[in-house]
Write a protein that binds this ligand. Structure first.
Ligand SMILES: [Zn+2]
Length: 185
């Protein structure tokens, strides 16, 4: 797959060296071929798109790391991903990509919550303090409010940068005991 993000990799994600080797356009190292499994792609099969929907920064990170193992394949046969295929990827792109998805510290965790809570189920409404931030094992938990008064909580993975769960209070405070409690704090 040579399609690249137009803004970041205008000439494409890979180059061909003088000896005919495929190189990563960013790192200038040879791409590595691996066996992977994709959804069936026969002429009569519908196109199946498998999206990495739980990792909100996936698309952003990908722009900087053009030759990753793509999201629509699996390295082991699983679910509908059973048709063998060959993937060319850059080990440095893959390493940087996973590093970009990690949420290593409180500052990054707060940015993650401020970015994701409004777009995930907040209807575009921004978050506001106070922020309660905790880390248990691999799981960040952040509770805060949206500017319209709803309470919001998000749990996500520190290592994978994937959303585990989100929870939103109701906007209508009059018939929600929980929300009345939250409002008085
Ligand atoms: Zn690379």
């Amino acid at each position: 797959m040579l399609v690249a993000c137009e803004t970041t990799w205008r000439e494409g994600a890979s180059l061909t060296s003088s000896s005919g080797q495929r190189l990563c356009a960013k790192h200038r190292i040879p791409l590595v071929a691996i066996r992977a499994y994709q959804a069936p792609s026969g002429p009569n099969d519908p196109v199946v798109l498998v999206h990495e929907a739980s990792r909100p920064y996936y698309g952003v990170a990908w722009q900087y790391c053009p030759n990753i193992i793509p999201e629509h394949v699996s390295l082991h046969p699983a679910w509908i991903l059973r048709e063998p295929t060959t993937i060319w990827y850059c080990p440095l792109c893959q390493k940087e990509f996973l590093e970009r998805l990690r949420v290593p510290d409180q500052k990054k965790a707060l940015e993650f919550a401020q970015y994701v809570l409004p777009i995930w189920g907040g209807g575009g409404v921004a978050t506001k303090p106070p922020y309660q931030i905790s880390l248990r094992g691999d799981v960040w938990t952040i509770s805060c409010f949206l500017v319209d008064g709803r309470k919001a909580t998000i749990k996500f993975s520190k290592e994978k940068g994937s959303v585990i769960s989100t929870e939103y209070g109701k906007r209508n405070l009059s018939n929600q005991a929980l929300e009345r409690t939250a409002d008085r704090r």
